[in-house]
Design a protein around this ligand. Structure first.
Ligand SMILES: Nc1nc2c(ncn2[C@@H]2O[C@H](COP(=O)(O)OP(=O)(O)OP(=O)(O)O)[C@@H](O)[C@H]2O)c(=O)[nH]1
Ligand SMILES: [Mg+2]
Length: 450
């Protein structure tokens, strides 16, 4: 996600030797300035960053270590703004209410879905309020997202007043003990008084704990400008950058909170529901310095992996009872972890690899699609005990799943081998589910398995 910035920093740090002189420092800072501006970091932020790094390095003695430390320290300062980080629950009541605002098409509705999914994985009861009544398809879009992630959406198709909708949603959320209410609002092409006054009315009616502003990374410096206007007109508590996956420069993530003076809370980096990450400055600095984000990865894994289920599965594997139902369940769990690309970027030393993976992910792997098709044609008994599948059933299954018999045989054989291998591994105390999945899918098709 930050690979281009990470590479720039690496190259700049490389310009300065273990012990060096003022000339080398000047060269490095000039290079740093160029790289930041080229990445679209705001010019004021760039100036402040470069000046501070230069000053700090001089204070600590010119050399690579001192330069690196100064850069880390200054980046951390620049990225940290007064206010909350990531998602913060209300300290006033059981319910946390979030109002999502932003221009048309910036990604509000998608981000609502991503946040709802993020919170649901963390065991929160979430309600989404469909208060964008401007666009005909807006309610339908939210309903579909809600269905996909299994989160309830409050809507009223007979209502034309968003104020009434948010009031009713809030009442429902309180009465039915929801943890979080996410309110989707209508966007406009540009900032106009009508939008601002409607948002103010909604804000008054729903009394949110926090207001998030969704900024489209692809709009560059305009994202920063508009965020400032929203802050001045209605007040915002956090910025969420969307479409960061399409932003090859990436610098807006460095300067937006510094310029708006409101923390950047999340970054959206894809169209799918798991494609969102909390923005925690010290973790991001670690990634920018090419050191990965082990803490973030561990947090994500612990949210997604159900301890009890993991133990059950390990037990089954040890007994050699791992079946196709367990496989599907494991696959769902892996999907929740996010794309392989986003995971790789968090592993120390792997950020370079993340770029090569492009958008490869489990869901879109051809092999996984074939395996899923085969499993969906099986009877419950066959899923539980694949060994009962005989030749005539193999033929029927191939037809049902639209596969050739050779493909069916291959998948069944791979599965058998994988279960065997997993049993062996579990016997040795290993629980490496990923390796097993890789074996299942064939070495070529699952990214990251080689
Ligand atoms: N690649 C990518 N696409 C995104 C991301 N977030 C949103 N999108 C896409 O951007 C488009 C607009 O997203 P919406 O969530 O509908 O935007 P919105 O702000 O609700 O739009 P309005 O309701 O019309 O104001 C959709 O096609 C989304 O799939 C992201 O992080 N990455
Ligand atoms: Mg929308």
């Amino acid at each position: 996600m930050f690979s281009s910035l990470t590479n720039s920093f690496k190259s700049v740090v490389g310009k300065i030797r273990y012990k060096d002189d003022i000339g080398a420092l000047k060269k490095a800072t000039t290079e740093l300035k160029k790289a930041l501006l080229k990445s679209d970091v705001h010019h004021k932020t760039t100036k402040e960053l470069v000046t501070k790094v230069e000053l700090l390095t001089k204070q600590n003695g010119i050399g690579q270590d001192s330069f690196l430390k100064s850069l880390k320290h200054t980046l951390n300062d620049i990225l940290t703004t007064n206010g909350n980080q990531g998602f913060v629950y209300s300290n006033k009541s059981h319910l946390t209410t979030i109002l999502m605002t932003g221009l048309q098409g910036s990604g509000k509705t998608t981000t609502i879905g991503k946040l709802a999914n993020y919170l649901k994985i963390r065991k929160k009861k979430v309600l989404i309020a469909a208060a964008d009544l401007q666009r005909l398809a807006a309610v339908e879009q939210l309903k579909q997202i809600g269905q996909q992630i299994e989160v309830e959406v409050y809507f009223d198709e007979n209502e034309t007043d968003p104020i009434k909708v948010v009031k009713a949603a809030k009442k429902k959320a309180i009465d039915e003990l929801y943890d979080v209410l996410l309110v989707d609002t209508a966007g406009r092409l540009a900032i106009d008084e009508e939008l601002m006054s409607q948002l103010k009315d909604i804000k008054k009616a729903v009394d949110p704990d926090e207001i998030f502003y969704v900024a489209d990374s692809l709009t560059g410096h305009d994202a920063t400008k508009t965020a400032i206007t929203f802050k001045d007109k209605i007040g915002i508590d956090g910025v969420i950058l969307s479409k960061y996956d399409g932003d090859t420069k990436g610098g807006v993530a460095i300067s937006i909170s510094h310029q708006v003076q409101v923390p950047l809370r999340f970054i959206g980096h894809g169209e799918k529901m798991p494609d969102i990450e909390p923005f925690i400055p010290e973790r991001i600095v670690s990634r920018l310095m090419g050191a990965g984000d082990v803490e973030g990865l561990a947090e994500r894994a612990s949210a997604v992996i159900d301890d009890k289920k993991a133990k059950e599965v390990t037990k089954k594997i040890k007994k050699g009872e791992f079946n196709f139902n367990d496989f599907l369940e494991q696959l769902e769990m892996m999907k929740k972890l996010g794309s392989m690309k986003s995971i790789m970027g968090m592993i120390p030393g792997m950020s370079g690899m993340a770029n090569k993976l492009k958008d490869a992910d489990l869901e879109n792997s051809g092999e996984i699609i074939r395996i899923k098709a085969l499993i969906s044609s099986m009877t419950p008994k066959e899923r539980e005990t694949p060994s009962v599948i005989n030749l005539s059933r193999k033929r029927r299954l191939a037809k049902g799943a639209g596969l050739s018999e050779v493909q069916v045989n291959k998948i069944l054989k791979q599965f058998k081998n994988a279960a065997k291998m997993a049993k062996k591994m579990a016997g040795k105390g290993g629980k490496d589910m990923q390796k097993m999945l890789a074996q299942m899918g064939g070495q070529q098709t699952i990214p990251g398995s080689r």
